[in-house]
Design a protein around this ligand. Structure first.
Ligand SMILES: Nc1ncnc2c1ncn2[C@@H]1O[C@H](COP(=O)(O)OP(=O)(O)OP(=O)(O)O)[C@@H](O)[C@H]1O
Ligand SMILES: [Mg+2]
Length: 277
């Protein structure tokens, strides 16, 4: 487990930004587990930060894989999203920590988030808690990436309500498209009732192995089923990406010349371009 150094940089949030830049808030969601949501959040953040973007990662998963994956010692997290969401025990801004990677801050998760979900259930405006908590604190960032847990519960719903758009990683090693219907139904319901601006930024093929028919079929299916944009960038299965959680930094920072790093740079460029469209 990486140790948080004592000489940590300060977070990126200034007390009062002079110009309020446009902040893109992107949720990364799929109720299926292990499809590459957290990997996408960390490495897209790395590639965006390389482009000079200021990025905030928000960990909405009690597993806290994203928090650990950017090098935060989970035992040293004093204030987490659990405190932010449960009765506002701290403000969102107070929970934000700097990471080892220049340009990337994180609002960390904690295992307590699992019980927070239960507490949220009885809260008034329970789907809007994250959105409201974030509003005043994200102006200093160009991108806020929200890593959702592998279910369609209230934490994921809060992530989607707080977002402008959603990236859906789809693992191309399984017939994963069927399960997407439920996610798309939730997204549509949120769009109708809670966040009319929410759009699907794109489906992202992950764990791609072009040598298998299944992977190629899956990619074709992603492109024809539904009317969602499919990112041109395809994330291949990569040993280096699998190792990344142990390193505590995005792949762009620790294996910058690797194919996987180039892939996430391509994805970042697509995301930036889609934001301009
Ligand atoms: N393209 C890839 N190639 C190889 N391994 C990968 C790739 N993407 C992710 N992994 C590894 O697969 C595992 C699952 O990835 P990840 O944690 O990103 O998925 P997830 O959707 O966030 O999972 P969960 O639903 O549990 O939150 C991790 O160990 C990760 O390092
Ligand atoms: Mg995850």
């Amino acid at each position: 487990m990486p140790i948080v150094p004592s000489n940590r940089r300060t977070t990126l949030r200034p007390s009062a930004p002079e110009v309020q830049p446009l902040t893109h808030v992107i949720a990364i969601a799929n109720q299926k587990g292990g499809v590459g949501k957290t990997t996408t959040a960390i490495n897209l953040a790395g590639a965006l930060a390389e482009e000079g973007m200021r990025v905030l990662l928000v960990d909405m998963d009690p597993q806290a894989n994203l928090t650990a994956g950017v090098g935060i010692n989970l035992n040293a997290v004093a204030r987490s999203m659990a405190d932010v969401l449960a009765d506002g025990r701290c403000t969102f801004a107070e929970a934000i920590l700097p990471t080892e990677t220049e340009g990337i801050d994180v609002a960390p998760a904690h295992i307590d988030l699992a019980s927070t979900e239960g507490e949220l259930f009885t809260a008034l405006g329970r789907e809007n808690v994250l959105r409201e908590a974030m509003t005043d604190a994200i102006g200093a960032y160009d991108y806020v990436l929200i890593d959702c847990p592998p279910n369609l519960g209230l934490l994921t719903v809060n992530g989607l309500v707080a977002a402008d758009s959603v990236i859906i990683p789809v693992q191309t090693q399984f017939y994963a498209m069927k399960g997407l219907n439920n996610l798309v139904k939730v997204i549509n319901a949120i769009r109708t009732k809670l966040n009319r601006n929410l759009k699907v930024l794109g489906l992202l093929a992950t764990f791609y192995d072009g040598r298998t028919n299944l992977a190629r079929d899956m990619l074709d299916e992603m492109r024809v089923v539904g009317d969602h944009h499919v990112f041109t960038t395809i994330v291949r299965s990569s040993v280096k990406l699998g190792e990344a959680p142990l390193v505590g930094r995005p792949i762009t920072a620790y294996a910058g010349q690797s194919e996987a790093a180039r892939t996430y740079r391509d994805l970042a460029q697509e995301v930036i371009d889609l934001g301009k469209a």
